[in-house]
Design a protein. Structure first.
Lengths: 275, 462
């Protein structure tokens, strides 16, 4: 099976306090930020790797995993990490971060799918920076493919994927015919979440995303990494989403001390209005 | 002055391990009962009064030795899988800019990987591994995913090394130690052995011993340098080797050796009569070799112990190096010192991270304790010293990587790390107050690890 996995780099959520908003709030200042792959995209890559291997012999790839990202040259580190983890080749669509919105990325991905003709697109359900949760759905629409969103389990069948989605009160299982698009949720990296046709059903993965081998990091630079221009993929590059203003969340106000229970009750009633 | 391994054997620990086996390799057996009885016997006041303490200890120790021999990976067969015309070496790295501390993309990715491994595998296992004096059962399956040892194996032999990568090794060591130093030593000991074989091994030694390090299950191996005596100096070894016919005979004792419970291969530093310090490749099942677990104060998860050599007969090929180059012993020590410095930096970073968070969260007198200058200044001192330790270590590693002399730099890094590492460990315990003394918080473990790291390769006694 040939699988395309779109990746996005996001500002390291553990260092979110480094994000600065210049006066006026028209943009976000990203200087000095550390970048990490979007966690849901890492889960998508792990799912794609599991779908193209026999779990018992993970070094032999029974298919092809192609990773693609949009952004400046520095984004190639994200791709190289994915290549070290097991992806076969990578594509970077050269673009500045402020030239992109969900609509443009979905259209560009459609052009890449038309060219690469993968059997499936497996991607994170959303990026943890913008939290838009829309590219997967838009891409499936553009392609006219069946889609299964928020996948918690995937099982490969002949010509189809059996996808489990966790919903309130239970699990919905969808059978999507290939080619198909799947967006994944965090449960997809549990030990028994993904089975290719080659992987025995009693095989259990380690919980979470696999570790790359250190030598694979050195070998990753030998794997193919192609560069495409955004304008070659999308004719209309006008942004559909305009950011009008950014502002930091209000800082927390200092608390107060009360003398006794009576005052506490009064204040809860009259000021906080919770009783 | 501290002396490595001079303390008497911790029988109680050994007995406890036999009762509560930490790894499936060590199952409880009747030996445990006998040992427990012996332990009670040897430590009873009557034994002391009658002057029987030493003999009783020796008896108990002999029993323990036999018990533990079973658990080793000894018996792994090393055969020359292919004939090499000459050993494979990797050349020095090309020098970078004059002063550029930016990591390459590969170093950055290696570092992120090591950090993730430290956070997800090492730190959660650290507490129990420290108590059990051994890595957890699934440690090696997770570790083998990283294929760490292959970093040191030349690419011509199937490994990943195309040029010297000492800085990458140091970065990985630092980040693994940030998770847990004991487990980091367990993880890195085979890399150190592979590195020495790659740097100095003969064609036959590389074919026989180095190529297995790129297999899916690489051998567990360790350097044995330290000796249990006061003022240990790695350049004046009391472990001796003498030429005997075509081979050598090795006699002596090594302490603070990692992985004694499980290593298949030891690289042993010994004084070759008439020649000076040399390194010998010794398989763990050699007749006359006894590996005894001897948990130390810190780095307990590394399974530290003592290895004794009683007239061990070694073939000619056991001497590391050949006509293409013999061991540069001082360089080996300097590399080991750089590795120990990197480990110290990692543990010290863990202390800093932990104490900053603690001092900001812990309230006393109505405000976080970090508002007290006595606390804030102490943490700031740790931050300043730590950065100095790191820069000296990186400098030694960078010079080693570029093939420049790094003896002075390695020593400076080692001296500062040994000194300030212990101080940072103490600060960590102090900053947590009462919480610094209990095992609910990791700083007491880091204190013990930093103390132990300070005596590796004879640290402060030089």
């Amino acid at each position: 099976m040939k699988i395309l996995v779109p990746l996005k780099r996001v500002a390291d959520p553990d260092n979110a306090n480094k994000i600065k908003i210049p006066a006026g709030g028209a943009t976000i200042d990203t200087t000095g930020l550390e970048w990490k792959p979007n966690p849901f995209d890492e889960y998508a890559l792990e799912a794609a790797l599991r779908l193209t291997e026999n779990g018992a012999t993970p070094k032999t790839r029974g298919g092809e995993v192609i990773v693609v990202t949009f952004g400046p040259k520095e984004c190639e580190t994200t791709l190289r990490a994915a290549l070290a983890t097991g992806a076969d080749r990578a594509i970077r669509v050269d673009a500045k971060d402020d030239e992109l919105d969900g609509s443009i990325v979905a259209k560009a991905l459609r052009a890449i799918v038309d060219k690469e003709k993968p059997d499936a697109v497996v991607m994170g359900k959303q990026a943890v920076d913008g939290d838009s949760n829309q590219i997967g759905q838009m891409l499936a629409q553009h392609l006219g493919w069946p889609q299964a969103t928020f996948a918690a389990t995937i099982e490969e069948e002949d010509g189809a994927l059996l996808v489990g989605r966790e919903v309130d009160g239970g699990v919905i299982t969808l059978r999507v015919k290939l080619p198909a698009l799947v967006t994944v949720d965090l449960r997809i990296v549990a030990p028994t979440s993904v089975y290719s046709k080659q992987t025995k059903r009693d095989f259990k993965y380690n919980d979470g995303v696999r570790f790359a081998a250190l030598p694979a990091i050195m070998a990753a630079k030998k794997k193919p990494l192609a560069e495409l221009k955004l304008a070659e993929l999308v004719s209309d590059t006008a942004l559909k989403v305009q950011y009008s203003r950014f502002e930091a969340p209000p800082s927390r106000k200092a608390g107060i001390k009360v003398k006794d229970v009576a005052e506490l009750v009064t204040r809860l009633k009259n000021e906080a209005k919770v009783i | 002055m501290r002396t490595p391994g001079a303390e008497p054997i911790e029988l109680r620990d050994l007995a406890r391990e036999l009762y509560y086996p930490a790894s499936p390799l060590m199952r409880p057996d009747p030996l445990a009962l006998a040992l427990s009885a012996l332990q009670r016997f040897s430590s009873s006041p009557a034994v002391h009064r009658l002057g029987l303490y030493r003999p009783a200890q020796r008896l108990a120790r002999a029993v323990v030795r036999e018990g533990f021999r079973v658990g080793t990976e000894a018996g792994r067969r090393f055969t020359a899988a292919r004939a090499l015309a000459r050993p494979e070496r990797v050349g020095p790295a090309s020098p970078g800019d004059l002063f550029d501390l930016n990591l390459t993309e590969e170093q950055q990715l290696a570092r992120e990987l090591a950090q993730r491994f430290a956070n997800e595998v090492l730190r959660p296992a650290a507490h129990d591994a420290d108590a059990a004096c051994a890595p957890p059962a699934d440690f090696y399956t997770r570790l083998d995913e990283l294929a760490l040892s292959a970093l040191a194996v030349p690419s011509a032999l199937g490994g990943a090394a195309t040029e010297a990568s000492v800085v990458t090794h140091a970065l990985v060591a630092e980040d693994l130690a940030r998770g847990d130093a004991g487990l980091a030593v367990a993880a890195l000991a085979p890399l150190a052995a592979a590195h020495a074989l790659s740097r100095w091994g003969s064609a036959d030694q590389q074919a026989r011993y180095l190529t297995p390090f790129v297999e899916p299950t690489p051998p567990r191996a360790a350097l044995a340098i330290c000796e249990p005596r006061p003022l240990f100096d790695p350049t004046a070894l009391s472990t001796r080797a003498r030429a005997d016919g075509a081979g050598f005979v090795l006699t002596g004792e090594k302490s603070l050796v990692p992985l004694v419970g499980g290593a298949a291969l030891f690289l042993v530093a010994a004084n070759l009569e008439g020649k000076g310090p040399r390194v010998f490749v010794v398989e763990a099942d050699a007749a006359g070799l006894t590996a005894t677990r001897e948990p130390a104060m810190g780095l307990r998860a590394a399974g530290l112990g003592r290895v004794t050599f009683d007239e061990v007969r070694l073939p000619e090929r056991a001497l590391l190096g050949d006509a293409f180059g013999s061991v540069d012993f001082m360089q080996l020590i300097d590399l080991a010192r750089t590795a120990t410095s990197a480990l110290t930096v990692g543990v010290a970073q863990a202390v800093l991270d932990y104490t900053i968070a603690y001092a900001n969260e812990r309230h006393a007198f109505g405000e976080p304790i970090s508002h007290r200058q006595a606390v804030a200044f102490m943490i700031a001192d740790v931050g300043v010293e730590l950065e100095g330790m790191r820069l000296l270590t990186w400098r030694a590693a960078a010079r080693a990587e570029q093939g420049l002399s790094f003896h002075r730099e390695a020593f400076l890094a080692r001296a500062l790390c040994a000194d300030k590492g212990v101080e940072i460990g103490t600060h960590g315990v102090q900053l947590l107050g009462g919480h610094g003394f209990i095992k609910d918080h990791p700083v007491e473990r880091w204190y013990r690890d930093l103390m132990t790291l300070s005596v590796m390769e004879g640290g402060l006694s030089l």
